[in-house]
Write a new protein. Structure first.
Lengths: 751, 495
């Protein structure tokens, strides 16, 4: 292999002439091929296996030629025309010969038109004895050239650094790059495809764009457009104000209507209806005078209504409601009255008389007629009656506040709208307010009821200033009341809690079951006591204090509370016992359902067990027989045992020390360890960062849709069926523009 | 007691206590109401207890779909206390996602057979995703339609091997070089009826050409053999040739980003860089073993990866050749070909050990390995231009089409499907360091030989390391320097 390559090299050498000759002067060039160096020596060893004389002679001649140092251009055996012949088939005379300086100077003497100056210079050159420095070897000069070229290229390539880094850091890369965004394009952009190419065009272009002049005649210049926009802004403001006003008015009106509709009072509606009918009558009279045709039409309408009523027999005794009322009528005054009323309505309607048009409302009135006997507040939430019901407690204050605010809003609204609606503000409005007030007062009284028992002086005061202070006090009372309710709940468990604490404090271990029994006894003892002090009678301050006292161990209550359920009677208002029995509350139900298992005590037991297991035990290091007699049946002495008994240091406090409902196991579980990361993975710097990334959830169970979309964005997005072209230089330009200007220029630069 | 009793009918039937309680509750409630309604007059029941039943009303717009194709609206409460154990729940999801990924990992799509000798080179069409060209060891070139899995054209391009093939940037013609010392240019469309299959242009060279590549957007191409030549398409002689005292080159590749740069792999174990505009090469790096081929990163101008005979791949920054950026290990035999994904994030390598491996551009080990029983030494590999497929040509005359992501669903995804896929992908990423998940995600079935060879190599490496350590321990401090894995494989950089 080596031989062959050497031969090749030698052949090349002979062909390409004496340029290589200079190589021999530098045999120890590191970076180039050493094979060329010994090429010429090798070439002299003539191959004598050649059969043909002709070729032999040729070779010999060649060899001689090389020895003599005279260079003649020789052709190899096989050659390509393209390499050695010029493409234009021009061959200079004496191509292979070298030109000497002396030849040139010789010709100088013969040429006449040469200036004396240059002649002198040449003479000096001839006479000078100094030798010119030898030029660098080919290898070395090439090496320098390569180095320069490489530096240039690497500098050029380094421009990409920012782009590459940016892409590496990008949260999402979308391929192919330079995607034309889909969807319709504005016509201007399509037309804009034309580019300024010649310098003149470009100049014009820049001038135009600098002065904000249109480039491809749109309807308006940018400045005009801008002014248009400015004008429209003011208009828009006015318009928006109008809209706002209209919306506000509408909302006020709606609120008012809603409020009116909600009023349950019959009287109010009666008055309202009467007013309406009166109004209508007035209008109708006017209409008869002004516009007889319209009046006639109205009359017709009324007639139609009457006919319909007659046909449908709506207010007869045949409806379901009427029948049911009829059954009751025997016993119930209210029902009887209601039926009477309905029949009256029927009579009115079927008579050929113009009566009020709003039958429906009257109908509803009739339907609720029997309710007249029952006061409205039955439908209101009953305050302070049922503590176990979360919907009942704390409702009052909220309601009150709400009502307050809504009231305030409506009042304010009315004030605002007053100018426009003063005409409409009639007696109904006054009525409305009156009803509201009355209702509030009633609620307040109800709420007061239980509290009155304990604070009589306050009650007196209350009676004096009824309407003003009502609201504040109401809220106060409710908050107090809530406190009471809690206190009541706690009171029954307080005893056990103390017991529990005692048990915990004791150093010696009591049997848990015994303790439990004791607890239960205690509880049963206390149980009946509690209802004797209904919550209303207890002093509020006391309970407050007791709560404060118990704050430290409040968590534990949570546990023990469930263990025993005491029925808290709903104190004063309940009349019959049967009823209360029937109404088994939720807690009782749960108790009954889980009668069998005592989860809480089980849990406590388990926790106790774990705590014990965690405690270090004293180690007895006594060696029987050492220093005293030993043998079967002999116990080491008490003193010795005490001496060698090693107490272990107490362990660090448990994490769940203050968490009664929790067992925190600090043991390292092998089954869990299988799933745990045991070394900090590569890109993370600190464990806390890693833990944070793990802790933050990604799924839509924990995050909103938008967040999920953002968080789960894939790193690389490709378009289906699109060829992704390699990056082009335009990216670089873009990047540069983005970095320098911060804004993308509309005119595309050529790379 | 089952807390969810009322919701589950079977439960109701089986647990009589619960049932009775419920019915009893309802009955009592009804009875109360009934009593209040029927006997309002009765003195026994005070009037205060009359009840008005308020019905909770909902606006149907909040829960009724407009059409049945809509998704059911699920009002959600994001209160974290309502959704506890998020980490463990997501961990379970991640585990399931990982397992499912492994279940669905079926990368093999199709095999294209038709060549009568080993496939030696392939070329992607520049403009059409569904077209592939392949040249075999008997000089035959085939044009394939990938979507139909069929050969659309066959031509006898050369005598002997087709050494290299490249499609012109416009996609209208392609070049081939072969063992018969010719460069031929062919039209992309097949000849009409009655016409003969003839090249547009043929260039007779002096020596065998072993590789070929085309400029990204100029009518210039480069060949390699005894030297690296740059050709103008219009001329029959090279416009430039680069030699740097070596005998032969195995491949040459244009940089797709900085389009004037080239790199070639020489048989003297070196990689040489060129600039088309300069008259001399730029630089060369000599490694311990020969590089077979290289591939430039199409998105990052100065990175390229070479496939080496020493079973590894090396990613270099062309500005700093003294040390590769990354050494990609995992193959157990010489790496024969490498190709970058068009996104520049990953590359695929083909090896003599009959496997294909996919590496992240900065990953030391492969993320994926593909193999089949019948696939022999993989000679050439390509990553499709839409980043979805991998094409491999192997010794046993077949071209195989693989998915780039083994578990990816092909085709258009519904938006919800895509979201679900994205979510599970993120979960997998999030929990990738957890041992159980990593174990499943990394598990690959390998052919027995490769498995054992990997083990063997590991043992050898460990032994060498141990030896070196011992030598260092027993010699003068500092006399045996620590050489990193990256530095080990570079002999020298020649300026």
């Amino acid at each position: 292999m080596a031989k062959v390559s050497k031969k090749k090299a030698s052949k090349k050498k002979t062909r390409s002439g004496g340029a290589e000759q200079s190589n021999e002067g530098h045999p120890d060039v590191i970076y180039d091929d050493e094979k060329e160096e010994d090429a010429t020596d090798d070439d002299v060893t003539v191959e004598d296996e050649d059969g043909y004389d002709e070729r032999k002679r040729q070779k010999l001649l060649e060899a001689i030629g090389t020895l003599s140092g005279k260079r003649k251009k020789t052709l190899g055996e096989r050659s390509e025309a393209a390499v050695h012949m010029s493409e234009f088939t021009v061959n200079a005379e004496g191509e292979g010969d070298k030109v000497d300086l002396s030849d040139l100077i010789g010709s100088m003497k013969t040429t006449p038109g040469l200036s004396g100056k240059s002649k002198k210079r040449l003479k000096n050159l001839e006479q000078s004895r100094k030798t010119i420095e030898c030029p660098l070897s080919k290898q070395e000069s090439e090496r320098i050239r390569r180095d320069l070229a490489f530096q240039k290229v690497s500098k050029e390539v380094s421009h990409w650094k920012s782009v590459i880094r940016q892409n590496e850091r990008a949260e999402q890369l979308v391929f192919p790059l330079n995607q034309e965004h889909s969807g319709p394009k504005p016509i201007e952009r399509v037309v804009m495809d034309w580019k300024a190419q010649t310098p003149l065009e470009q100049e014009v272009f820049t001038l135009l764009s600098a002065n904000k002049q249109p480039i491809n005649d749109p309807i308006l210049t940018p400045t005009e457009e801008a002014s248009m926009k400015a004008m429209s802004l003011e208009e828009a403001k006015v318009r928006r104000a109008e809209l706002q006003k209209a919306r506000a008015l509408q909302s006020y009106y709606e609120a008012k209507a809603r409020r009116q509709r909600k009023i349950k009072s019959k009287k109010y509606h009666k008055v309202l209806n009467k007013a309406k009918s009166k109004d209508f009558q007035k209008q109708f009279d006017e209409m008869v005078k002004r516009d007889p045709a319209a009046a006639l039409e109205e009359l017709n309408k009324m007639e139609m209504a009457r006919m319909q009523e007659r046909m449908s027999l709506k207010h007869q005794n045949s409806s379901k409601w009427a029948r049911s009322k009829a059954i009751m009528a025997k016993y119930d005054e209210g029902a009887r009255k209601a039926i009477q009323q309905q029949l009256e309505v029927n009579k009115d309607l079927t008579q050929k008389l113009v009566t009020s048009l709003n039958k429906e409302e009257e109908e509803t009135m009739e339907e609720e007629g029997n309710a007249d006997v029952v006061p409205d507040f039955v439908n209101d939430a009953e305050q302070g009656l049922d503590f176990s019901n979360p919907w009942m407690t704390g409702k009052l204050s909220q309601d009150c506040v709400e009502k307050e605010t809504s009231n305030a809003v409506t009042i304010r609204a009315e004030e605002n709208v007053a100018e426009e609606e003063e005409v409409e503000e009639t007696e109904e409005e006054v009525l409305l307010r009156e009803f509201d007030n009355r209702r509030k007062r009633r609620q307040a009284q109800e709420a007061d009821a239980p509290v009155m028992l304990m604070e009589e002086e306050e009650e007196e005061e209350e009676n004096k200033d009824a309407s003003d202070k009502e609201e504040e006090e109401l809220s106060e009372f409710t908050s107090l009341f809530k406190g009471l309710a809690e206190g009541c709940g706690e009171a029954d468990t307080a005893a056990e809690l103390e017991k529990e604490l005692k048990i915990r404090c004791q150093e010696d271990e009591e049997l848990l079951t015994q303790g439990k029994e004791a607890e239960e006894e205690e509880a049963t003892d206390k149980g009946p006591v509690v209802p004797q002090h209904p919550p209303a009678t207890e002093n509020t301050q006391k309970t407050g204090k007791s709560r404060k006292r118990r704050k430290g161990i409040e968590l534990k209550q949570v546990l023990t509370k469930g263990a025993q359920v005491l029925q808290v009677p709903f104190a004063p208002t309940i009349e019959d016992a049967e009823d209360s029995e029937e109404k088994l509350d939720q807690r009782g139900l749960i108790k009954e359902a889980f009668a069998g298992d005592d989860i809480i005590s089980d849990f406590l037991k388990e926790k106790r067990k774990q705590e014990d297991a965690g405690k270090p035990k004293a180690v007895d290091l006594t060696l029987p027989g050492w220093g005293e007699w030993g043998g079967g049946g002999l116990q080491p002495s008490c003193r010795k045992r005490r001496k060698f008994r090693r107490k272990m240091t107490p362990p660090t406090p448990r994490k769940d020390q203050h968490l009664p409902g929790v067992i925190i196991s600090e043991k390292r579980s092998s089954s869990i360890r299988l799933h745990q990361v045991n070394a900090l993975p590569f890109p993370f710097e600190s464990p806390s960062v890693f833990e944070n990334t793990i802790r933050s959830a990604l799924g839509r169970t924990w995050n909103t849709e938008r967040t999920v979309k953002k968080v789960t964005k894939p790193k690389v997005v490709t378009k289906l069926g699109a060829i992704i072209e390699p990056m082009t230089r335009e990216e670089l330009v873009k990047d540069k523009n983005g970095a320098s200007a911060g804004t993308s220029s509309s005119v595309k630069r050529k790379p | 007691m089952q807390p969810g009793g009322p919701g589950i009918p079977q439960c109701n039937a089986r647990s009589p206590t619960l049932f009775t309680i419920n019915t009893w509750l309802v009955c009592s409630l009804l009875a109360n109401i009934f009593v209040a309604i029927i006997f309002p007059f009765c003195k026994r029941v005070p009037l205060r207890y009359q009840m008005k039943v308020k019905v909770i009303a909902r606006n149907p717009d909040d829960y009724v779909r407009e059409t049945k194709l809509d998704i059911q609206r699920v009002p959600r409460n994001y209160d974290p206390s309502l959704h506890p154990f998020e980490v463990s729940r997501e961990y379970t999801r991640a585990l399931n996602a990982t397992k499912l990924e492994r279940v669905f990992a079926k990368p093999f799509v199709a095999s294209l057979d038709g060549h009568r000798d080993g496939v030696n080179c392939m070329a992607k069409h520049a403009k059409s995703l569904s077209t592939l060209l392949s040249g075999s060891c008997d000089g035959e070139v085939k044009v394939w339609n990938l979507s139909k899995h069929e050969c659309v054209r066959t031509l006898q391009a050369h005598e002997g091997f087709v050494r290299g093939m490249v499609v012109r940037y416009c996609g209208t013609s392609f070049f081939t070089v072969g063992d018969d010392k010719t460069i031929k240019q062919w039209k992309m469309e097949s000849p009409g009826y009655g016409e003969e299959e003839e090249p547009i242009n043929t260039i007779l060279g002096k020596t065998v050409y072993t590789g070929l590549d085309h400029h990204q957007n100029d009518p210039v191409f480069a060949t390699c053999g005894q030297q690296v030549d740059i050709w103008d398409e219009q001329r029959s002689s090279p416009i430039r040739s680069f030699t740097w005292g070596v005998d032969s080159f195995s491949s040459v590749h244009f940089n797709p980003v900085e389009t004037e740069l080239l790199a070639s792999c020489a048989s003297d174990r070196s990689i040489v860089l060129y600039d088309m505009r300069e008259s001399t090469p730029l630089k060369k790096v000599i490694m311990t073993m020969r590089s077979n081929t290289l591939s430039w990163n199409p998105m990052e101008a100065y990175y390229f990866t070479c496939a080496n005979e020493d079973y590894n791949l090396y990613t270099y920054d062309m500005r700093y050749l003294a040390k590769p950026i990354t050494v990609h290990m995992d193959h157990v035999s010489a790496v024969l070909d490498v190709d970058y994904a068009p996104t520049g994030k990953e590359f695929v390598s083909a090896s003599f050990d009959k496997t294909i491996r996919i590496f992240a551009k900065d990953g030391g080990h492969s993320r994926e390995v593909y193999h089949t029983k019948r696939m022999q030494h993989v000679i050439c590999i390509k990553w499709s231009a839409d980043n979805k497929y991998i094409l491999s040509g192997s010794d046993e005359m077949n071209i195989r089409l693989w998915k780039a992501n083994a578990a990816e669903k092909l085709g258009v995804l519904a938006p919800r499907e895509r979201e679900a896929a994205n979510y599970s992908q993120k979960l997998k990423e999030k929990f990738q360091h957890h041992p159980q998940i990593r174990r499943i995600a990394r598990h690959r079935h390998l052919p027995k030989t490769i498995y054992h060879q990997t083990k063997e190599l590991r043992v050898m490496k460990e032994a060498r390391r141990r030896k070196e350590r011992n030598v260092r321990k027993h010699s003068k401090p500092g006399s045996v320097p620590v050489v990193s894995e990256k530095e080990k494989h570079v002999v020298t950089v020649v300026k």
